[in-house]
Write a protein of this length. Structure first.
Lengths: 408, 421
């Protein structure tokens, strides 16, 4: 898609590229891999099982949400796990037998006591509920800047999972089932077909679709008025407000939109694991998400996707499997997964030293990071300053507002 | 520059796609699964606090399999170990459990699963194995003590774990309700306790066992002064025990796992309420098998229950279990780090017996356990030294040994067996 000689309209490039990759992976898992020999099948089961791909897609969805808050609006959020958790619990409440004395079924994937609502509706409800919480969490942080803001979000990220953990007795009402969590969650129903635990390829398609939706929203917002306002706030809050950007509304919008993605990811994850358990939602999830955004390239959707896929894979499959192979090969007994954080930390330090802008940087960030500081400029020559970039100069300016050609 | 980044991205994405499609060349040979070999999956948390326990569990099973020549009837048996924990969490992980469940089913040679250690993990895996198109696939746990997996407990349990309508989950260990009950009976009858304060760690296991203790304590005439969760992130529990002191209990019951800051809890209990001869300290097997706990000065004089027999008493009992323990000590230089190790061997025996009587398919192996009179292991071969029968209706075991252990001289000393019905 980098080549200019191909005459694909610019606005169709990413949807086509995205669809192509998604379809390739789908075909690989649907058709190619099941027809390979047993050795190759074992290879894929060990190194790239579809469960890991699906899990990585959930990370992608959440990382894209965090990217809006951190990458676009420049608001450091250390508690993004809260939205993942809220989304997960919305799925737990509305798609399981948790509230057994209620008997409500609306196109659900299961019958019997409890609330069973269609996965697709739950996605919308989860997203909306998280948006609401995004605003609630965002509201008190509006007066704060940088470090203080980060601390408040950190606090929320710690509080919300604790609420879920201890929510089995809120005035005698069992809201969250405490540490036992809510298992199992209903299967996804498409019409009358229900996706069983082994319909991973179809779940993959659904997750890819959700990710595409989030990418679409992110990219479209970025081009529009709201996106430009976010960038303005990120660069200089004071200047932005002087130019008439409504700080409060714009920042709240960033939290809300980011939270929607977190909620979608949470609902998707609940169906992936087939349950919600509170002890998953800890601080390290927020940090890993942040690392995905920073490593991939803050503000650049493709960078963030790449960062999320790679880190999620290393976390879930790559490193343990590398350890197993290494130990088998050399007869050693090194516990590679326990060096996980050492590896992540090391990569982060190296990245900050040598490629601060991330693997796939946003063009704007890169230029800013390369620009000499003001004092440097003044001490040398004032005219060494590059012309300030006007958004991504590489992007063609006009994009049709109808936003056709969405996703897979 | 941006172009370069774009090209890099394209290459990376293409590479990812290529790696997803490639490998077809390597898959030429079509060996198929050799029909004679049955693989049993072992699903344990191999990282974090349970690491030592899980490793010795695996070792004990490997040792046993070697002793019996690696065969179950006409079938050759192999073990395959799965890790259900992640380094990042240092404990079992829900997503990893979900992934393992898929792997068990996808691995065509695998016929049954031994595990899991954590009940929460079993609750994720069992429904998946249950819906295996070639199954249901049998899972036998050596350590899941949460009652809900096999009997009515919380609403919807246990049926919600078996969507196909057929049971596929069995266990060789008594459930929490027996253990909590045994703890309460022991407190009332042997220790003469009149009032008790109950704490739990707010996790599946801890809440279950604390609830069972409370229920039985009331029946035994013990006054339950409170049942409250302890916050595992607290730096100390002085305030908690100061409040408890006001209620003036004879005993404190800790329903939970030692990993969850149990050390600090025990220290502060003694600091505020006095030593364990004055205010008794009783805990379930979540505190058993931790050298750190046994060596704690404040733990001396406390009583533990264990849902089975301890390594010591199994050795005294003699038989297959004792022989296995001796062989283990000879090979690894110490006893297994957990009392569950022999129960894992017992679970393996159940699975192997099922394989022996089956036609080698998953469905048939599962049927061995859940049809007719079920599986029973005679006393002379049983790793726990007693005849053991798995109920074909529920998958629960009929041997309900609970051991009472006394922590003394930095060691867990077997005090007496406590049979419950």
């Amino acid at each position: 898609m980098a080549s200019k000689s191909v005459s694909v309209p610019h606005r169709l490039r990413w949807p086509l590229g995205y669809t192509a990759v998604a379809v390739l992976v789908f075909l690989a898992y649907y058709y190619v891999i099941p027809n390979l020999g047993p050795d190759a099948q074992t290879f894929f089961r060990n190194w790239l099982p579809l469960t890991s791909v699906n899990e990585a897609l959930v990370w992608v969805i959440c990382a894209l949400g965090l990217n809006i808050v951190v990458g676009y609006a420049g608001l450091l959020d250390l508690g993004f796990v809260a939205f993942w958790a809220i989304g997960g619990y919305v799925a737990g409440w509305l798609m399981s037998g948790k509230f057994y004395d209620v008997n409500f079924n609306f196109l659900g994937g299961a019958s019997g006591p409890g609330i069973h609502i269609s996965f697709w509706l739950v996605l919308i409800v989860g997203g909306a509920f998280c948006a609401l919480w995004g605003v609630i969490i965002g509201a008190p942080t509006l007066r704060l800047k940088s470090d203080y803001l980060a601390l408040v979000t950190l606090g929320f990220g710690e509080i919300i999972p604790q609420v879920f953990l201890n929510g089995d007795n809120i005035g005698g009402f069992n809201l969250t089932n405490g540490a036992q969590g809510i298992t199992p969650v209903d299967p996804i129903a498409i019409g009358s077909t229900k996706l069983g635990p082994f319909d991973l390829v179809w779940k993959y398609l659904i997750f890819v679709g959700i990710a595409a939706l989030v990418v679409f929203i992110t990219l479209r917002l970025r081009e529009g008025r709201l996106g430009r306002a976010w960038l303005a706030i990120r660069e200089d809050e004071l200047a932005a407000s002087m130019m008439g950007v409504p700080l409060m509304r714009t920042k709240l919008a960033a939290y809300a939109v980011g939270a929607v993605a977190g909620g979608l990811g949470g609902v998707a994850f609940a169906t992936h694991v087939n349950g919600v358990l509170p002890d998953r939602f800890n601080f390290s999830i927020s940090i890993t998400l942040l690392a995905m955004v920073v490593l991939g390239g803050m503000g650049n959707v493709w960078g963030v996707i790449l960062g999320a896929l790679v880190l999620a894979w290393i976390n879930s499959t790559g490193l343990p499997q590398f350890g197993t192979s290494f130990n088998d090969q050399f007869g050693t007994n090194v516990n590679f997964p326990s060096y996980n954080f050492l590896l992540f930390g090391g990569i982060l330090v190296l990245m900050m030293l040598f490629r601060r802008e991330g693997i796939l940087p946003e063009s704007r960030t890169r230029l800013i990071l390369k620009e000499p500081s003001r004092t440097d400029m003044e001490s040398l020559h004032a005219d060494m300053e590059e012309a300030a970039p006007e958004l991504d100069e590489d992007l063609e300016p006009v994009i049709a507002a109808d936003g056709t050609g969405e996703k897979a | 520059m941006f172009r370069a980044a774009k090209i890099f991205a394209t290459v990376a994405v293409a590479g990812l796609a290529a790696s997803a499609c490639g490998g077809s060349a390597s898959g030429g040979s079509d060996g198929g699964s050799s029909s004679g070999t049955m693989v049993i999956g072992i699903d344990l948390p191999l990282q974090g606090a349970s690491k030592d326990a899980s490793e010795s569990t695996v070792n004990a099973m490997k040792l046993y399999l070697d002793q019996v020549g690696g065969k179950a009837g006409k079938y050759k048996v192999k073990l395959k170990v799965y890790d259900d924990s992640t380094a990042a969490k240092g404990a079992w992980d829900d997503a990893t459990c979900a992934k393992n469940a898929q792997d068990h089913v996808a691995n065509t040679e695998e016929v049954a699963v031994m595990g899991t250690y954590n009940s929460g993990c079993a609750k994720i895996e069992v429904p998946v194995l249950n819906q295996d198109p070639k199954g249901p696939m049998l899972m036998v746990s050596h350590a899941n003590t949460n009652p809900g997996l096999t009997k009515s407990w919380d609403p919807g349990e246990p049926e919600k774990y078996f969507p196909s309508g057929k049971r596929n989950y069995a266990r060789v260990i008594a459930t929490d309700d027996y253990q909590g009950a045994a703890g309460a009976q022991f407190a009332a009858k042997d220790l003469g306790v009149k009032s008790c304060y109950v704490l739990n760690d707010n996790q599946t296991y801890g809440i279950g066992v604390a609830k069972a203790f409370v229920d039985e304590a009331k029946k035994q005439g013990i006054k339950v002064l409170g049942n409250q969760a302890w916050d595992l992130k607290q730096p100390n529990y002085t305030a908690l025990f100061t409040n408890i002191k006001a209620t003036n209990p004879d005993c404190v019951y800790l329903g939970g796992i030692f990993d969850n800051n149990g050390g600090q809890l025990v220290k502060d209990k003694v600091k505020v309420l006095g030593d364990n001869s004055k205010v008794k300290l009783i805990a379930p097997d979540g505190f058993s098998g931790y050298p750190d706990f046994d060596k704690l000065a404040q733990a001396q004089g406390s009583y533990l229950t264990f849902a089975g027999l301890t390594t010591t008493s199994l050795r005294e009992q003699g038989g297959v279990g004792a022989k296995l323990l001796d062989a283990y000590k000879k090979k690894y230089g110490a006893d297994p780090a957990t009392n569950y190790a022999l129960y894992a061997v017992e679970a393996l025996q159940v699975i192997m017996k099922a394989i022996e009587g089956s036609d080698g398919t998953r469905a048939s192996i599962r049927d061995q356990v859940f049809s007719g009179s079920g599986i029973s292991i005679p006393a002379d071969v049983s790793a726990v030294g007693k005849k053991l029968t798995i109920s074909p209706k529920t998958g629960d075991v009929d041997v309900l040994d609970i051991s009472v252990i006394n922590v003394k001289d930095n060691e867990e000393k077997f005090l007496k067996p406590w049979p419950v019905s």
